[in-house]
Design a protein around this ligand. Structure first.
Ligand code: 2P0
Length: 320
């Protein structure tokens, strides 16, 4: 019985992915740039089983149904088609952060699933193949295949994958405002933004420009320029989201308070910038030497976790 286990970590984008050019192939409208973290790993085991008539999914110790199971089954259908193998599988996945908390559990989840499923079904496990495959499960998962800084290219099915980027030393202080599931999924809000937000075309144009400048800042080892671009890009994404009909708003009063605290720290001379994904949690982007001070300054507003650059996805020994 073929089985494989993989571990992947979430990533936080400095230049965000928000919108698709192709929903079936899961191609992004623009490229994006992220940091894979060293916290909150997902461990996933895929075990082929001839006795199964459908794939099963256990998520954090409980049998999963509904959307999570459907997404895993569709993903494994793709893997089976590529591998030419019909056998169904048992998938056991464990997150160290609550699923759907806005901390990119789908990124670590589908990166780990892509690696474990590729190994179990006999598909290639090189980084490009895994990144392309992980993209089909969840766009941001293409970046969690890579360690540390990674750029995920827009393009076509063959060329849209993530690659490593060399850049400045970065730490991230994750401030968890709300660990519960979000009211509107990022997939739905992304679709709604493209379909209804009058700011979406400007978001696409500006993000393409921002990504180019951000990659230059990485090449120049310019933390300050990269941090500033990241905060601007995040607020522009939320502006585009807030143009949706029916309305979507992810930032909460506590999120705004955290952005204000980050700005106050900057006024005190700390090189720190804010970002936020599709939820109320705020991530402070700073130099590693400042991470302790930043964490202390945010801790009365929300529980904080200090993260450093983390590893790419890896296959490990051991079964479920
Ligand atoms: C990002 N997010 O770049 C952006 C910023 C959330 C806000 O990628 O539909 O779960 O599965 O491809 O990857 C979240 O979107 O969306 C995301 P799908 P995904 O990190």
């Amino acid at each position: 019985m073929s089985t494989a286990t993989a571990i992947a970590h979430p990533n936080i984008a400095l230049v965000k992915y928000w919108g698709k050019s192709d929903a079936t192939l899961n191609l992004p409208e623009t490229g994006s740039l992220s940091l894979t973290l060293d916290v909150f790993p997902t461990t996933t085991t895929v075990t082929l089983d001839d006795a199964l008539t459908a794939d099963t999914l256990e998520l954090d110790g409980l049998p999963a149904a509904g959307t999570p199971l459907d997404r895993v089954r569709r993903f494994l259908d793709l893997v089976r088609a590529q591998a030419g193998v019909a056998t169904h599988a048992r998938v056991v996945s464990r997150n160290t952060v609550p699923t759907g908390a806005g901390l990119a559990s789908s990124a670590s989840g589908f990166a780990a699933l892509a690696a474990a499923a590729s190994a179990a079904y006999g598909l290639p496990t090189d980084t490009v193949s895994l990144s392309r495959l992980a993209r089909r499960g969840s766009g941001s998962a293409s970046r969690s295949v890579l360690p540390a800084l990674a750029v995920w290219h827009e393009g076509d099915d063959a060329t849209s994958y993530a690659e490593p980027v060399t850049g400045p030393e970065i730490a991230m202080v994750v401030a968890t405002v709300d660990a519960g599931p979000k009211a509107v999924s990022s997939r739905e809000a992304m679709r709604r933004s493209a379909a209804t937000s009058p700011y979406y075309p400007a978001w696409v144009t500006s993000t393409r420009e921002t990504l180019e400048v951000a990659l230059e800042a990485c090449a120049d080892d310019d933390f300050t320029a990269l941090g500033r671009l990241a905060e601007t890009n995040a607020l522009r994404m939320h502006a585009a989201i807030q143009g949706c009909e029916p309305p979507v708003r992810y930032l909460a009063p506590a999120s705004v308070a955290l952005f204000d605290r980050v700005a106050a720290l900057r006024a005190e001379g700390v090189d720190v910038w804010g970002t936020a994904d599709a939820g109320p949690n705020v991530v402070a982007v700073c130099r590693p030497a400042d991470a302790g001070r930043v964490a202390d300054a945010l801790a009365d507003l929300a529980p904080v976790t200090v993260a450093l650059p983390g590893p790419g996805v890896r296959l490990v020994e051991g079964a479920e």
